[in-house]
Design a protein around this ligand. Structure first.
Ligand code: AMP
Length: 308
């Protein structure tokens, strides 16, 4: 059953980000936030599933509802504190250290997928506890044309590897950065890492290489999408989530998951990531209209064009 529904699950958070030139203070972050804002550039019917504390301001939630995203699956825990993450970038902003992660309300989160979205064609399991990702999958009603995407990070590989592998079995498309692909597979070569990850379940393995683009491994024919070269990278936080959002939004809008559609979706993801890094936190995604997004996509297409 094909529809253009997209279910997103991920953190909604307070982040504190330190870059070589700026400190953000406590700002809006979280995987589901970036994914939702990025996915909303495509014509998909989106529902977000997440949890926040009483401290989470209404205006953060309305950024998602303003984009038409259904947040009835975002639980607010009265008396609870929202997920908190603090990270610091090196002078080479491809590298960062996590200084603090406080799960807070995420520690006891029991997700509920809104009934209307249980038959969704596309499910984006954003970065969060794999046990929560599993609970989301278990609530879905059968849909033979469903595509499940998953993003994760080293934090969950270190803490919850068995639960993560159990979810990865059900995944069609995994997006993962190069270092995490190596950690997950135990391989130091990316081609071998992708092969090992294929065997864990996903048909499509997308390995993100930050400012050096993204590689898709599918059957025997890899595909490469460069990142847009940017003069001003302010804050890379959320680039991976924005990539996942742009990709999953496009897949939901297209209603089909073939290799050419995934490849175009990768361009959508790359475009969303390039917008994201242009300002601190979510600011640039919040400010950029659909027309801005399409103009950026056109720049990316020009980057790849050999005849002009
Ligand atoms: P990215 O830069 O794409 O890896 O995503 C950064 C976002 O992920 C931040 O907004 C954080 O709030 C969120 N985040 C950081 N650590 C975790 C974690 N362990 N689980 C889930 N989300 C996280």
């Amino acid at each position: 059953m094909k529809n253009n529904k997209l279910v997103i699950v991920g953190t909604m958070a307070f982040d504190e980000i330190i870059t070589p030139t700026a400190e953000s203070g406590k700002i809006l972050g979280g995987a589901a936030t970036y994914i939702g804002l990025a996915a909303a550039y495509a014509d998909a019917d989106i529902a977000a599933v997440s949890v926040v504390g009483e401290d989470f301001p209404e205006e953060h939630l309305s950024l998602l509802t303003n984009r038409g995203i259904d947040i009835s699956g975002v639980e607010q825990v009265m008396g609870g504190k929202s997920f908190y993450w603090k990270g610091k970038y090196h002078t080479n902003m491809n590298k960062r250290d996590t200084l603090d992660t406080q799960l807070n309300v995420l520690a006891d989160f029991n997700p509920t997928v809104p009934k209307k979205h249980r038959d969704a064609s596309v499910v984006m399991l954003g970065n969060l506890d794999p046990k929560v990702q599993r609970k989301v999958l278990d609530q879905l009603t059968p849909n033979p044309s469903r595509t499940v995407l998953l993003d994760t990070m080293n934090f969950w590989m270190d803490l919850e590897l068995a639960a993560l592998l159990d979810v990865i079995k059900e995944v069609d498309v995994i997006t993962i950065n190069d270092e995490e692909a190596m950690q997950l597979s135990g391989q130091t070569n990316l081609v071998l890492a992708a092969k090992a990850i294929h065997k864990m379940g996903p048909e499509f393995v997308i390995i993100k290489k930050g400012e050096h683009g993204a590689l898709l491994f599918y059957k025997d024919q890899p595909f490469f999408a460069p990142a847009l070269p940017l003069e001003n990278v302010v804050d890379p936080t959320g680039a991976g989530d924005s990539f996942a959002g742009g990709l999953s939004g496009y897949l939901a809008a297209q209603n089909t998951t073939t290799a050419p559609v995934i490849k175009k979706g990768i361009l959508y993801g790359t475009t969303a990531a390039s917008l994201c890094v242009g300002a601190m936190g979510t600011a640039n995604l919040v400010q950029s209209s659909k027309a801005d997004f399409l103009a950026q996509l056109q720049k990316l297409e020009r980057l790849r064009n050999i005849s002009a």
